[in-house]
Design a protein. Structure first.
Length: 162
């Protein structure tokens, strides 16, 4: 259980209770049924209990979760591919890629092609750094475009109202 990061939530919340989930013939009882969760989900657990069995020799193990109490992030960012029609944005991204490559190359004094360069970081991390830089540029460029569009719209509405 420890290797898989699993824990028995009922036992975690009821460390001293002796409630069995299985009843057999001759009054034999055992705790056979579990609700195993990972430690990541433990914060969402409100309560756990053992229910009453009906037409079965097993009692259900119940768990009550509340996800809404956790603070959510902004969600997943999605690239606005209409930016690829903007030459100004394309030039900015090309510059960003060049900047990141220059920042992480191990020997910047050597003038060699990009695919032959050696880097201080792994290729995966380099790719993540490039994506992070492009994401920042896309957000900032989109924000600027929106502000300009709103400004232009205000001016046009003002002209119409005159």
């Amino acid at each position: 259980m420890h290797e898989l990061d699993l824990l028995d939530i009922w036992r975690q919340q009821h460390p001293f209770d002796n409630r069995y989930s299985w009843r057999g013939p001759n009054h034999k009882q055992s705790r056979l049924d579990y609700f195993m969760i990972t430690s990541d989900i433990e914060a969402f657990v409100v309560s756990s209990d053992k229910g009453i069995s009906y037409r079965s020799d097993h009692s259900p193990v119940l768990i009550n979760l509340r996800f809404s109490s956790q603070i959510r992030g902004k969600g997943t960012w999605k690239f606005n591919n209409s930016l690829l029609r903007e030459t100004e944005f394309i030039d900015k991204v090309k510059g960003d890629i060049k900047t990141v490559i220059e920042e992480y190359e191990s020997d910047p004094s050597m003038d060699i092609e990009t695919e032959d360069k050696q880097f201080n970081i792994s290729y995966q991390l380099l790719w993540d750094m490039i994506k992070m830089k492009v994401r920042g540029s896309a957000i900032s460029f989109s924000s600027f475009q929106k502000k300009e569009g709103n400004k232009k719209e205000k001016e046009l509405l003002y002209k119409i109202s005159l």
